[in-house]
Design a protein around this ligand. Structure first.
Ligand SMILES: Nc1nc2c(c(=O)[nH]1)N[C@H]1C(S)=C(S)[C@@H](COP(=O)(O)OP(=O)(O)OC[C@H]3O[C@@H](n4cnc5c(=O)[nH]c(N)nc54)[C@H](O)[C@@H]3O)O[C@H]1N2
Ligand SMILES: Nc1nc2c(c(=O)[nH]1)N[C@H]1C(S)=C(S)[C@@H](COP(=O)(O)OP(=O)(O)OC[C@H]3O[C@@H](n4cnc5c(=O)[nH]c(N)nc54)[C@H](O)[C@@H]3O)O[C@H]1N2
Ligand code: SF4
Ligand SMILES: [Mo]
Length: 659
């Protein structure tokens, strides 16, 4: 029997593999023997017929691909990199890559090619939370664990549909409810998660800052905040107090769309709850004010002192299996590595560690800026930007202008493959090994469970091959992921708080390692938390007469994003229709649309076809289309949060056309 870890979501469930079967690891603290359908079906995916198995190459994207060899493909990429200005080369990575893959790509890009244009799809996912945490608590650090829900009295889920997106964590929530935990769900949609709520607040899309500001204002006005904690451990109280005084509580409540009674019922529960956790995900992060939304939420915990204490704190729920590990390694273009930035001292430390003099001192392009930067070479690994970036028609036009687009993928049917010049076949989950960090800092190890398909390579091996071809044979001479992990462990010592040197690579699949457990204080220079006054600036696209609906986008339980992996598992497809558009019965009536009818949804930027799913569970003039519709981003808007560069996926103005 082998132990491994699930390669789907940020919960990171332990897995047992024996006699070609996967089951939940009964000893594993996160899931104690349970798995969701996605987790249990991973072996079916890797045996499917849509695997990419051979390197492929073509001059122009109008031509067909022809088979190529590894040597020919990697030489062509290396030649093009050597002949391009380094600022015109970029790596587009993924929160689904393993830590060792990330480490090699980051070391090659930032350390040796000398470009900081190494970013990841986590930009579209967690970057608002990263900036929010850094500003308020001093580091990209999740200050509590999932298991804290067992010790909390109240869990607020804001813009997080755990029942579909973090299934096994949702089971923990349901279990904690049996022991008295109260749950409040804040979502414009009566989501699957809302079914488990004690209080459901159907907030208007985009108004979460008003909601959290209302809490902070009440805490201050009614002196319900923790005065001693604020005085000794928090900066920015007076500025927040003054700022909130300028905001009218009736206007704020009106923007949320909630009734006075609904807010009062919530606040009564809130002020009488001793231990509070507020968790959030894409409903807040994916916004032109994503960072401000994070700050308004974290403010409530800094005011009440409900942080760094069992059963309390602001819990960002990371989506991808190793988005956390990627952030730790340095997979964001705004960071160099091990949570160090581009200041002189950090560059010096990392340069010495890697033995290089090529590190640039400016932040690189974010994933959401790469298409527009006139790049010569773009290397994309384990992600599908044509599918996932907003405003797809624009993304497609921009990607066509990049001289060399390389796609490293384990499957052959991504949307990006239509725009690639070179495609390299990767070994997927189950055919390789390496480590990942889940959403609450637990480092675990995926094991190789089955024979690797002929001709494919692990992602780190592909980046190492490229590094060697570029002339860095000595610097990139790793024999296996263990050697890479151990170098990375040594590197974490360059940072004052994220030392993971005690973890043992060989034991990680049986004995996960949780880093940062001793951190019980803010990680800012003065060891104090920072409050920030923020307000709803209503920057998202607004509904108009021509485009009267606000589009929300998100997940369904058994589909993983574009579905290259999950859609192959027949057991998953039984659960739910994947192509649907939720709309309110009053809107359906006005447009004379019947349940199941095919409709067209149109924004200023593009359109798609879908089917009507009429439900009381969504606000009027708001619709929801899941991202399992791979055309979703023809509709969305490329507005970004100006601090995190995360897109405003959730709030595009659209109209519905009856066909
Ligand atoms: N089954 C499955 N699970 C997954 C994934 C998957 O593809 N499939 N992907 C993983 C990844 S990468 C991620 S990032 C996570 C995402 O996890 P979640 O964020 O939980 O998932 P979403 O469905 O994107 O969005 C959550 C909710 O935000 C609500 N929302 C939209 N706008 C607003 C708003 O303005 N305010 C509030 N309060 N709510 C709003 C939506 O209605 C939706 O119900 O899931 C992870 N888990
Ligand atoms: N409208 C809208 N757009 C969104 C979102 C939204 O909520 N709404 N969410 C955003 C978020 S949070 C995220 S995380 C992104 C997700 O968007 P993507 O990252 O583009 O989605 P995936 O389908 O998970 O893409 C992963 C790719 O990796 C490939 N792959 C699988 N295994 C391996 C492997 O081992 N190695 C390699 N090299 N490749 C492999 C898969 O075949 C697939 O093509 O979408 C973002 N876009
Ligand atoms: S909850 Fe997430 S980590 Fe656990 S089995 Fe499901 S997809 Fe895998
Ligand atoms: Mo994500």
């Amino acid at each position: 029997m082998l132990k491994s870890v699930c390669g789907y979501c940020g919960v990171g469930c332990g897995i047992e593999f024996s006699e070609a079967k996967l089951t939940g690891d009964t000893q594993y603290p996160v899931n104690r023997g349970t798995l969701c359908l996605k987790g249990a079906s991973q072996l079916i995916s890797i045996k499917s017929s849509n695997r990419l198995l051979k390197p492929q190459i073509r001059e122009n994207i109008a031509d067909g691909f022809k088979e190529s060899s590894w040597q020919e493909s990697i030489s062509a990429i290396a030649d093009k990199i050597k002949n391009s200005p380094k600022g015109k080369v970029a790596f587009y990575l993924s929160g689904q890559m393993l830590t060792e893959d990330y480490y090699i790509a980051n070391k090659l890009g930032k350390g040796f090619i000398g470009t900081n244009n190494v970013d990841t799809n986590s930009r579209t996912c967690m970057s608002s939370a990263v900036v929010g945490y850094k500003k308020s608590i001093g580091a990209d650090f999740v200050p509590l664990r999932m298991d804290d829900v067992q010790k909390a009295d109240l869990l607020i889920l804001a813009g997080a549909n755990t029942a579909e997106s973090h299934v096994i964590f949702h089971n923990k929530i349901k279990k904690a409810k049996k022991n008295g935990l109260k749950v409040v769900v804040i979502d414009p949609r009566f989501s699957e998660t809302a079914k488990s709520a004690d209080i459901y607040l159907g907030i208007k899309a985009g108004s979460d800052i008003d909601f959290f500001n209302l809490i902070s204002k009440r805490l201050i006005n009614e002196k319900l905040y923790n005065e001693e904690f604020v005085q000794n451990r928090i900066n920015g109280f007076e500025a927040l107090k003054k700022g909130l005084e300028t905001l009218n509580k009736y206007d704020m409540l009106k923007r949320t769309g909630l009734s006075h009674e609904a807010f009062e019922e919530f606040f009564h529960l809130y002020k009488n709850s001793k231990n509070i956790i507020t968790a959030w995900t894409m409903g807040l992060n994916q916004s032109s004010q994503g960072v401000d939304k994070n700050l308004s939420l974290i403010n409530t915990h800094l005011l009440s002192g409900k942080i760094f204490k069992e059963g309390n704190g602001p819990l960002s729920l990371t989506g991808q299996p190793n988005a956390m590990g990627g952030r730790e390694v340095g997979g964001l273009a705004t960071m160099l590595g091990v949570h160090l930035g581009f200041d002189e001292q950090s560059i010096k430390k990392v340069s010495e560690f890697w033995n290089t003099d090529k590190i640039d001192n400016k932040a690189g392009l974010s994933a959401t800026q790469m298409m527009d930067a006139g790049l010569e070479v773009l290397i994309i690994c384990h992600t599908d930007p044509i599918y996932h970036l907003p405003n797809r028609n624009k993304t497609q036009e921009l990607m066509k202008k990049i001289a060399l687009v390389v796609e490293i993928n384990a499957y052959d049917n991504s949307e990006t493959s239509k725009f690639a010049h070179i495609r390299l076949p990767a070994a997927p989950w189950g055919e390789k090994e390496g480590t990942q960090t889940n959403l609450d800092r637990t480092i675990t190890k995926q094991e190789k469970l089955t024979k690797r398909a002929d001709g494919v390579k692990a992602d780190w091996e592909i980046f190492q091959f490229l590094a060697q071809e570029l002339g860095y044979k000595k610097e990139f001479d790793y024999k296996n992921p263990k050697e890479i992990f151990e170098e990375y462990q040594a590197m974490t010592k360059l940072n004052s708080y994220m030392d993971i040197s005690e973890a043992s690579y060989d034991e990680l699949s049986c004995k996960p390692f949780v880093w940062g457990e001793k951190i019980k204080n803010f990680l800012t220079a003065d060891k104090k938390g920072n409050l920030f006054f923020v307000q709803n600036r209503e920057l998202s696209e607004k509904a108009t007469q021509e485009y009267p609906f606000i589009l929300l986008t998100g997940r369904t339980r058994d589909q993983w994003h574009s579905g290259t992996k999950s859609a192959n598992a027949p057991s998953l497809l039984k659960y739910k229709e994947l192509n649907f558009c939720q709309l309110h019965p009053n809107d359906a009536k006005e447009l004379n649309i019947k349940e199941g009818e095919e409709i067209k949804v149109v924004s200023k930027r593009g359109e798609l076809l879908t089917k009507a799913a009429i439900t009381e569970g969504i606000l009027e003039k708001t619709i929801f289309i899941p991202i399992s519709n791979t055309e979703i981003n023809y509709l969305t808007n490329d507005l970004l949060d100006l601090e995190s560069f995360q897109p405003d996926y959730n709030h595009a103005a659209v109209r519905i056309v009856k066909l």
